[in-house]
Structures are given as structure tokens and as C-alpha cells.
Design a protein around this ligand. Structure first.
Ligand code: NAP
Length: 482
């Protein structure tokens, strides 16, 4: 059963869902898993806590060696991990293999840079010695989504482990084999068993794990509804939290842009990961001067994408991850069309087995329709026309979300306005939004708070400890007297 917040997506599941792998391309159930009992959860939390007390003392060089080893395993076995991801959530094998390699890059990045990011920082305090030291917090719970089943986890785990924290992973219920494979990689790399453990639990058990005093912080990547409930619980328990939530990213194209490049990127950005990425270009906003030509080329490219078996070498787009997502996307498009939107290509589920939905473009979108107000987590592009730059910025910001954004223009003044005026955690100019370890990733407004990646990401789960050492004779005496 689902409860809705402000008409938004599911917020709380009362019934725990089955933890199982169901092939999204065929509907065939491959493997199911028993949820952990309360006693087993308790044991794992205790193991995490005990491990943390020792692990926090491990020299950074040792942590770094283990993380580099994890990166090697990911690189060497990328194709195997790729086929696991594809069979559980349906992204193409090429994309999944690339994801495993990206995780290897993330591991290398933090293995090589963590020491610099966590070094003591001297404070400017006249006549005194004061500095900041970044200390680990303890066991951190990570509640993760299925859409990038490896990358989402490693972009949490690599910095968290380097900072001296230990991780407890509650992965999405449809990717249990990915969750167990990640745990195995981290153990094979040499990290102690308690440094990273998978909790095979449903979302209904997350609250009690957050409440456990041995768990010191929580990070969630997922929908707005899940973010509200995890953020509220973390607040109740006064524990730090990071929320990476949904988005409805604008992709704005102005007359001075390289049109061909913009069209190509819009197609890639909307259909990447079978249209199920938080930073897909979901709302394409085009200046009216070039809108007809953009629409013609965009619709042509979208409708010619090869959709099919995600294991196939030439497949460009696979199925949606679950029947529920297929139903949600179908219902959002149908309701938008009932409200007056027009379908330019696609627009209904494909026949046959599996959760296939075609690349779809809709336009003439009324303000009160789902395509205008909600995130559509499937390959559906909402196409808007803007009268001028003010109108484009107004449309871009007319959403409760604020994750990424992409603006295409070769006019320097327009670039500056987009950078300053778009309400989002990320603004990319003349390129599509993407994540890479070197730069921070995160949202504004209902897309969440906190940052992952770069030095910002590793410091999220640290205690920024202020140290002031009075080295004067009087000060030392006073301290002794007290
Ligand atoms: P979801 O339903 O919110 O699930 C994400 C995770 O949260 C799963 O592990 C899920 O467990 C758990 N969960 C769900 N409801 C919960 C609750 N009330 N309390 C505690 N845990 C809960 O999200 P999804 O539909 O799988 O993922 C898609 C969403 O994630 C989209 O909105 C997308 O934009 C967002 N996303 C954001 C980012 C980012 O970096 N900002 C990245 C990727 C995805 P179960 O599987 O057991 O339900």
C-alpha cells in the first residue's frame, strides 16, 4: 500500500515488498531472498559498531590500498557486474559495464585524494594554535535506489570508508544480487566484514535502523516521498542526513546554440538509463525561433532509437525496471493527454513481455497536468516553447524540484543569466548534466540537500572537530589548574 504526499510519488510502503530479482525484459523471476529477522539486523548493526571502533584507527594509506583493490576488482570483472545489473534492472549491458568501470574510477579518485580532503585545516586565530580535524561519525545507513545499482552505492561507500566510517546498505528490493555483489567486492578488497554490510530488508524496517543509537547518520537516494520520511526520522533522532531525491531537469535551447549538438544531447540525456535517471533532461524548453526545427529533428531521433533486449549488442534502450514504473509512466502520460497534451511519438506501452515503453515526446502541456508538475521516471520528453530568455527561465524554475539543468547558448550574457537564475544544484552549459567524482553532485528545493562526490561528499559524514590548543604559559597553567 502506498501513501501519497502532495500528490507526489509513493512515500511510505506499509507492506514490505518481496526482495527478489525479476528480469524486467521478460518478467521472469530469477531469485528471491528472505528478509533479515530483527535479531539478524541487530547482529549486523553490532558488528558495524564494533568494527568502527577499530577501523577508525586504520591508517589512511591502508584504507586507500583496499579501495584501490576494490577498484581493480570492479575494472577486471566489469562485464560480469554489468550483466548482473542488466538482469536485475534492465539497463543495456554496455551502459551497465560502463557503470562498473565508473565505480572503479570513483574508488581510485577517493583512494588518491582522501588524505588531502581530510587533512587538518589550520584556523587563523592570532597568537594561538587552532585547527579543524575531520573525524568519522560511525556506522552510516545508506538507503539506495535501483537505477544506478552500483554507482549510487560506490559514490557513498568510497568516501565514507576513506573517512573511517563503516556502511550499512539497504538497497532497493529489486536489486538484491547487486547489493550482495557490492558487499563481496568490498570484503574481497580487504576491508573488514563489519566495515560494509548489506541489510536485506524492506523499506518498512528503515525507520528502526535509523532510530538505533549505534547508527550515526543516514543517506538516501530515491524519491521525494522516501526522502520526506527518512529525513523526518533523521531529524527526530537528531542525526545528520543527506538526501539525493528526484528531479525534473530543464534542458533549454536558445537560438545561438549548436542545434545539431543540442538535439543529439537532448535525446541521449532523456533516454539515458532507459529514461530512469534523476538527471535525465525531462523538460525540453526551446526558444520559439528554432522550436519547429528542433522538434522535427528531436522527434525523428527519438522515434528511431532501437528498443529491445538490454543484453543485445545494438540495443539503445531497454525496458523500465518494474511493472509498477511502467504503470506509473503510462498513467502520467495518459492523464497529461486527457488534460490536453499532444503526443508526437510513442505514448503507450509496447506489446509483448517485459516492461517496455517507447521513447516518447509530448507537447502542448497544460500547467496542471502530471507532465508539467511531476517527475516522469521513464523515456518521456516534455517539449515546451519559450518566447524569450525570461520565459525560458520562468518555465525552468516552475517546478518544486531543483536538481540539475542544462542550458544551450553561445551568447555569454545568456550563459551568465542561466548560471545565476536557474534554481538548481547544478547548471551545465552546452553539455548535458552528468556526474563525475571530481565535482559535487546534489540538489536544491525538493531535490534534496547535502552533496555527494568531490571533497564536499567526503566531508558530509565527518565530525568537523574544532581544536584550540593554548600553548602560552598562562593558558597551559590555567588548563592545569582546572
Ligand atoms: P524509492 O522508491 O524512493 O526507493 C529508493 C530507496 O528507498 C529504496 O531502497 C527503497 O526501498 C527505499 N524506500 C522507499 N520508500 C521508503 C520509505 N518510506 N522509508 C525508507 N526507505 C524507503 O525510489 P525509486 O523509485 O526506487 O528511485 C527513483 C527515484 O530516485 C526518482 O525519483 C529519482 O529521481 C531518484 N534518484 C535520485 C538521485 C539523486 O542523486 N538525486 C539518483 C537516483 C535516483 P524498497 O526498494 O524496499 O522500496
Amino acid at each position: 500500500m502506498y501513501i501519497y504526499f502532495n500528490g507526489a510519488k509513493k512515500a511510505y510502503k506499509e507492506d514490505t515488498v518481496a526482495i527478489s530479482t525479476v528480469n524486467p525484459a521478460t518478467g521472469e523471476e530469477i531469485k528471491t531472498f528472505e528478509e533479515l529477522t530483527e535479531g539478524e539486523i541487530d547482529e549486523k548493526i553490532q558488528r558495524a559498531f564494533d568494527t568502527f571502533l577499530e577501523y577508525r584507527k586504520t591508517p589512511l594509506a591502508e584504507r586507500s590500498e583496499m579501495l584501490l583493490r576494490a577498484g581493480e576488482i570492479l575494472e577486471d570483472e566489469a562485464e560480469h557486474f554489468g550483466s548482473l545489473m542488466t538482469s536485475e534492472m534492465g539497463k543495456t549491458l554496455a551502459a551497465a559495464t560502463a557503470e562498473a568501470k565508473k565505480c572503479a574510477r570513483g574508488c581510485r579518485y577517493y583512494a588518491e585524494n582522501a588524505e588531502r580532503f581530510l587533512a587538518d585545516e589550520e584556523a587563523e586565530l592570532e597568537g594561538a594554535r587552532a585547527f579543524v580535524r575531520y573525524e568519522p561519525l560511525g556506522p552510516v545507513l545508506a538507503v539506495m535506489p535501483w537505477n544506478f545499482p552500483f554507482w549510487q552505492v560506490f559514490r557513498f561507500a568510497a568516501p565514507a570508508l576513506m573517512a573511517g566510517n563503516v556502511g550499512l546498505l539497504k538497497h532497493a528490493s529489486n536489486v538484491p544480487q547487486c547489493a550482495l555483489a557490492i558487499e563481496d567486492i568490498i570484503h574481497r578488497a580487504g576491508f573488514p566484514e563489519g566495515a560494509f554490510q548489506t541489510l536485506l530488508i524492506g523499506s518498512g524496517q528503515v525507520q528502526s535502523v535509523i532510530d538505533d543509537p549505534r547508527v550515526r547518520a543516514v543517506t538516501l537516494t530515491g524519491s521525494e516521498g522516501a526522502g520526506r520520511s527518512v529525513g523526518a526520522e533523521a531529524g527526530e533522532q537528531i542525526k545528520p542526513s543527506v538526501l539525493e531525491l528526484g528531479g525534473s531537469d530543464p534542458f533549454i535551447v536558445m537560438p545561438s546554440a549548436d542545434l545539431e549538438k543540442a538535439v543529439g544531447s537532448a535525446v541521449t540525456s532523456r533516454t539515458l538509463n532507459n529514461g530512469q535517471s534523476c538527471i535525465n533532461a525531462k523538460r525540453i524548453i526551446v526558444h520559439e525561433e528554432i522550436a519547429d526545427e528542433f522538434q522535427r529533428r528531436f522527434v525523428e531521433r527519438m522515434s528511431s532509437l532501437k528498443v529491445g533486449d538490454p543484453m543485445g549488442e545494438n540495443t539503445e534502450m531497454g525496458p523500465l525496471a518494474t511493472p509498477q514504473i511502467l504503470e506509473d509512466v503510462d498513467s502520467q502520460v495518459r492523464k497529461s493527454v486527457e488534460a490536453g497534451a499532444r503526443v508526437l511519438t510513442g505514448g503507450k506501452p509496447m506489446d509483448g513481455a517485459g516492461n517496455f515503453y517507447p521513447p516518447t515526446v509530448i507537447t502542448n502541456i497544460p500547467e496542471e497536468s502530471p507532465a508539467y508538475r511531476e517527475e516522469i521516471f521513464g523515456p518521456v520528453a516534455s517539449l515546451f516553447r519559450a518566447r524569450d530568455i525570461d520565459d525560458a527561465i520562468r518555465l525552468a524554475n516552475d517546478t518544486t524540484f531543483g536538481l540539475g539543468s542544462s542550458a544551450w547558448t553561445n551568447d555569454a550574457r545568456e550563459q551568465e543569466r542561466f548560471v545565476n537564475e536557474i534554481e538548481a544544484g547544478m547548471v551545465y552549459v552546452n553539455r548535458m548534466t552528468e556526474s563525475t567524482p571530481e565535482i559535487p553532485f546534489g540538489g536544491a528545493k525538493n531535490s534534496g540537500y547535502g552533496r555527494e562526490l568531490s571533497h564536499y561528499g567526503i566531508r558530509e559524514f565527518t565530525n568537523i572537530k574544532t581544536v584550540w590548543i593554548d600553548e602560552s604559559a598562562e593558558g597551559a597553567g590555567m588548563a592545569a589548574a582546572e
